[in-house]
Design a protein around this ligand. Sequence first.
Ligand code: GLP
Length: 243
Amino acid sequence: MRIYKTKDYEAMSRKAASVIAAQVVAKPDCVLGLATGSTPIGAYKKLIEWYEKGDLDFSQVTTVNLDEYKGLPRENDQSYYYFMNENLFNHVNINKERTFLPDGTEADSEKACKAYEEIVRSVGGADLQLLGMGHNGHIGFNEPADYFPKETHCVDLAESTIQANKRFFASEAEVPRQAYTMGIGTIMSAKKILIVISGADKAETVKKAFFGPVTPQVPASILQLHPDVVVVADEAALSRVEL
Ligand code: GLP
């Protein structure tokens, strides 16, 4: 595991974007595993900027996203489908037919999850998987649990996640209670993983996840067992650990 400490969110975003850009340049037809949440937005902005300058070409890239809320229509501005279009896909030359997310509009959870696992497998898995991390250490929507779920599955969101995400919705009642997410096994099958973390409010979880025992109670701790992980975090997020 390589840990890059950056001064602030802006520098974290630049560094993360450069890891993603390096992947796209090295393998133009790569599969990028992408993430939502507020943390990766700055990195997406940088990628768009570099695309506009002519330094990046997404025309052959395939993407697979980590997760999606269950039950939100795609046109809902809080769906992750909407988020990805808004924050990245609409601004670069990616072939949208090659961008995949779990189908949150599919009411049959088993069907939706099986279909998505199959999509990820059929594209050969992610060459590079980008992750954020929730305050409770969740990755994708894999919440703290007694075991590490393997494949794409339907989750009941933790109360703390509903609380953290309600800022994006008109009211708490509108936050979906369930989501489809890649499993820990799906995430760990990526060839390379890049996790971005910002802010002092995640410092304690960073310490637990990367310097504590590997446990499903802190889902991100599993990354300690992956052979190629890059952590890009700002000083505030790394303030509880010594490097
Ligand atoms: C969301 C997403 C995660 C994301 C996390 C952190 O619930 N499902 O993929 O990493 O929460 O979000 P943020 O970056 O806004 O703190």
